[in-house]
Design a protein around this ligand. Structure first.
Ligand code: FAD
Length: 117
């Protein structure tokens, strides 16, 4: 059981970072296989998420708002939307989803120019 509040928050920040960055790097025009991969990833992420109450709640969110996998912007906007549902439940401020793509562009994709070091 992940009872420690600090550990739970740290895990959450890391988890959201991975999720949003994954959506921001998802192909603009995914193949059916890539769409299925993202859908599975999100559902397995929820299933295996190591905070039980978080996983349980997020399962209900996914049932109501299934992952949007048709494009990068659909995935990123959906990710921002469901994170806001969690924010609301925890009494946190709503995040502006308008520039969500830029907010999580890690510059670490295969289509980025290689760094010299
Ligand atoms: P976080 O919510 O962790 O966000 C990190 C950063 O992301 C923010 O500082 C901001 O820059 C940015 N951000 C904020 N909102 C958005 C958005 N909508 N879209 C994109 N970026 C955004 N904790 C619980 O106590 N109970 C739960 O039930 C619970 N369920 C969770 C379910 C999931 C799937 C995940 C990944 C985490 C869950 N957490 C839960 C953890 C919780 O969401 C936070 O991660 C944690 O409380 C730390 O919050 P924070 O204020 O540092 O910012």
């Amino acid at each position: 059981k992940l009872g420690n509040v600090t550990a739970k928050a740290e895990l959450g920040r890391a988890a959201w970072k991975v999720l949003h960055t994954t959506f921001a790097r998802f192909p603009e025009k995914p193949t059916d296989d890539e769409k299925e991969a993202l859908r599975s990833f999100v559902h397995l992420f929820q299933r295996l998420y190591p905070c039980g109450e978080c996983a349980e709640h997020f399962g209900k969110v996914l049932a109501k708002y299934p992952p949007q996998v048709s494009s990068r912007s659909a995935a990123a906007t959906w990710g921002c939307y469901v994170h806001n549902i969690v924010n609301k439940r925890l009494g946190k401020p709503e995040f502006n989803c308008e520039n969500i793509g830029d907010a999580y562009d890690c510059g670490c994709g295969d289509d980025e120019p290689k760094s010299k070091d």
